[in-house]
Ligand binder design. Structure first.
Ligand code: ADP
Ligand code: ADP
Length: 236
């Protein structure tokens, strides 16, 4: 069943029309890729989904219920979480501490509160290793990691703490080839194993094709292509 259903969404900034007639479905366990050139409307689209902006026209439904989110907090309360390039990490806090900041920021409940430091350390270590990051000392401030590594910490955190819908804005932009591969595999696994609905924004068609179940191409604010993986063939 769809988690998110956008129907005929429009968004204007004053006289500028950024989105027109955009419809899109996000399903549990699927990766939906959103591609498009600069100015196509990708940021506007995800900022609406994540509660940073309100749509001007059309319907945004979550679990079949029409919503208008006034803030990212309201979206988070429905399990819709976004990882941006400007990350919600606290640079001076240890890496493991940042990882578990997620449980307070994004869920504020569950068993994580009761974990001791050694267990939190172990979980952080395991999840980061799965993503190909080996740090000698998880006590070091997260600010000492590279931009790409910090991105990976934020993605791992969002997946681990169980977002229902995870919005990833150019998650591989700052990563090398090998690291990108690991992150993409982790994203696909998260969708399959946890039933997360992933919205993957990228400029890189190759990365999109590696993990996508569904593809939306935006052009000048409109949907130019909406296709399932099965519907894509190289002949046309
Ligand atoms: P993308 O993320 O694909 O680059 P955007 O959603 O950022 O596209 O932009 C879509 C269109 O809306 C562009 O023409 C952009 O200039 C315009 N736009 C985006 N944000 C604003 C804003 N805050 N005020 C006015 N115009 C904006
Ligand atoms: P990014 O390129 O990192 O996705 P955005 O496109 O969201 O960044 O733009 C960054 C900021 O600039 C946002 O607050 C956005 O609203 C604003 N912005 C983007 N395009 C325009 C524009 N054409 N006019 C005014 N503000 C804009």
């Amino acid at each position: 069943a769809p988690i998110i259903q956008l129907t005929d969404i429009g968004k204007s900034y004053g006289n500028i029309s950024a989105l027109r007639g955009v419809s899109m479905t996000v399903r549990s366990g699927e990766v939906t890729c959103v591609l498009g050139d600069n100015g196509a409307g990708k940021s506007t689209l995800i900022s609406i989904i994540a509660g940073l902006r309100e749509h001007s026209t059309g319907t945004y439904a979550v679990d079949g219920e029409a919503v208008t989110f006034g803030s990212p907090r309201e979206a988070l309360d429905r399990g819709i979480s976004a990882v941006y390039q400007t990350l919600a990490l606290v640079p001076l806090l240890p890496i493991w501490r940042n990882f578990f900041l997620g449980s307070e920021l994004t869920i504020g409940r569950g068993p994580f509160r009761r974990l001791d430091i050694a267990s939190m350390w172990e979980i952080t270590d395991r999840e980061l290793r799965r993503m190909g990051i080996h740090v000698a000392d998880l006590d070091q401030p997260v600010g000492t990691l590279s931009g790409g590594q910090r991105q990976v910490v934020a993605i791992a955190r969002a997946i681990h703490f169980g977002a229902r819908v995870l919005i990833l804005d150019e998650p591989t932009a700052a990563l090398g080839v090998a690291q990108s591969g690991l992150v993409l595999r982790y994203i696909a696994q998260a969708a399959r194993e946890h039933g997360t609905g992933v919205i993957f924004i990228t400029h890189n068609p190759h990365h999109a094709y590696m993990v996508g179940d569904h593809f939306i191409i935006l052009a000048r604010g409109e949907v130019e292509l909406d296709a399932a993986r099965d519907g894509l063939t190289l002949e046309n």
